[in-house]
Write a protein that binds this ligand. Structure first.
Ligand code: 6PG
Length: 471
């Protein structure tokens, strides 16, 4: 008896895996899934009833039902589980089969797995998938890196299931080895920055401007129709307006102010330090998640240092709203600029040979950081060969110049009122530092040479110098 063979397999049928697979089936491919949790397999079979999709309970049956070369995506929690699933699969696979790790794996792990699987004649794609559960179901942005021939083999499926912007699929081959996961990691770093910036804008509007949750929600909706149009702005508007069943108030007020993190933002900061490419808005966003977790200590300090109102706020409601919009727009550009700059440097340092225009293109739809701005970012990288940091590009220089002072004004007001705006402020500081031709780091060099004989360079002569300071 011959069985139907399936085009695409998924291991890990949590909501992401299940939705991704249903999306594959929607698009006319025969889709097969498995999971160690039988309830997840059942859920797939129920949700996929009447579609060309099937869930099975054993890996053996799963592998035997896939057409060759097998295309198997893993959507399981990053870390040791990925290795465990790969080890379980290996004895069942044939040469040239393809494993796609669709989770948020660390790029070091992806490099290791890529090299290891090469020795086993298995083709590996470390693949970033963005868009959450809804994106997986309706069309995510997909960032595959690794074996190029494996990409060619899975391209028809991934292109079909991905989000589309102007009919262009939000997926492209990113490059060799771990480049796909590296790019997804930086995507998440930008995501952290944008999320925290919006959170700070909400805080300023509420605590400095005295706006209600509904007013802020309406404002975010309105901003989402303009130049701040983005997925995160859209969902933040919804969040502001979500009622709370338990208190009859707004849910936003009932949510504990402790943000969790799985690590991708932190990894972005770590690699940025390794490469010497500053991303302070992303660092600050990671720091704010950390600070948020110290809830009881914060509560203690809040009573030690109660809120003060040193000056009357001289921005009237409308003035503040316009200034916050400009500050947010300014900071969004800066946050993307930091991530893109990191990718530009990583492309050289890690030999990824990244196509930055292509990355901006596939981030325009499907993923969490999709935004109107990404089309402009794409244009900036298309217009200027070798562009690294986009702040000075023709696309962005004018907008930054006209919004910078509003960011400063919002910061002045929030500082007076004691409303923490770590990311907004780091965005402004980053921009101002980059536009300063002479920073006071000559002092730091002097200090280093003073206490450690680390030498310094001079502005008027070649070479390195050391001074016997104070003598
Ligand atoms: C996406 C998201 C997704 C996930 C984050 C959450 O692009 O779809 O980034 O991958 O929501 O990993 O990360 P934290 O738990 O670190 O906030």
């Amino acid at each position: 008896m011959t069985h139907q063979l399936y085009d695409f397999g998924m291991i890990g049928l949590g909501v992401m895996g299940r939705n991704f697979l249903l999306n594959v089936a929607d698009d006319g491919f025969a889709a097969l899934g498995t999971d160690i949790n039988e309830d997840s397999v059942k859920a797939l079979n129920t949700e996929g009833d009447g579609m060309n999709v099937k869930g099975v309970n054993t890996q053996k049956e799963f592998v035997s039902l896939l057409s060759k070369p097998r295309k198997i995506m893993l959507l399981v929690p990053a870390g040791k589980i990925v290795d465990k699933v790969i080890e379980g699969l290996l004895p069942l696979l044939d040469d040239d089969d393809i494993i796609i790790d669709g989770g948020n794996s660390h790029y070091d792990d992806t490099n290791r797995r890529y090299e290891y699987l090469k020795t086993k004649n298995i083709r590996f794609l470390g693949t970033g998938v963005s868009g959450g559960a809804e994106g997986a179901r309706r069309g995510p942005s997909i960032m595959p890196g690794g074996d190029k021939s494996a990409w060619e083999a899975v391209k028809p499926v991934l292109e079909t299931v991905s989000a589309k912007v102007n009919n262009e699929p939000c997926v492209t081959y990113i490059g060799e080895s771990s480049s796909g996961h590296y790019v997804k990691m930086v995507h998440n770093g930008i995501e952290y920055g944008l999320m925290q910036l919006i959170a700070e804008a909400y805080d300023v509007l509420k605590r400095v401007g005295g706006l209600s949750n509904k007013d802020i929600g309406d404002l975010f909706d309105q901003w989402n129709k303009g130049r701040l149009s983005s997925f995160l702005m859209e969902i933040s508007a919804d969040i502001m307006k979500q009622p709370d069943d338990k208190t009859n108030g707004d849910l936003i007020d009932a949510i504990l102010d402790k943000a969790k993190q799985k690590g991708t933002g932190k990894w972005t900061s770590q690699t940025s330090m390794d490469l010497g490419v500053p991303v302070p808005t992303i660092d600050s966003a990671v720091a704010m998640r950390g600070i948020s977790s110290f809830k009881s200590y914060r509560s203690q300090l809040a009573s030690t240092f109660p809120e003060t109102h040193p000056n009357e706020i001289n921005a009237n409601g409308k003035g503040l709203i316009e200034a916050v919009e400009k500050a947010l727009y300014f900071s969004f550009i800066v946050c993307y600029a930091q991530g893109m700059h990191l990718l530009a440097e990583a492309s050289e340092e890690l030999s990824y040979d990244l196509d930055l225009e292509g990355i901006a293109r596939i981030w325009r739809g499907g993923c969490i950081i999709r935004a109107e701005l990404l089309e402009q970012i794409r244009k900036a990288y298309s217009a200027e060969e070798g562009l690294k940091n986009m702040m000075g590009s023709a696309q962005f220089a004018g907008s930054l110049a006209t919004t910078r002072n509003s960011a400063a004004e919002v910061l002045r007001l929030s500082m007076e009122r004691g409303v923490s705006t770590m990311c907004l402020s780091s965005a402004l500081q980053y921009f101002d530092a980059f536009r300063t031709a002479r920073l006071p780091l000559n002092m730091v060099q002097g200090q280093r040479d003073y206490f450690g004989s680390h030498t310094y360079e001079r502005i008027d002569a070649e070479g390195t110098f050391h001074t016997e300071w104070g003598k």
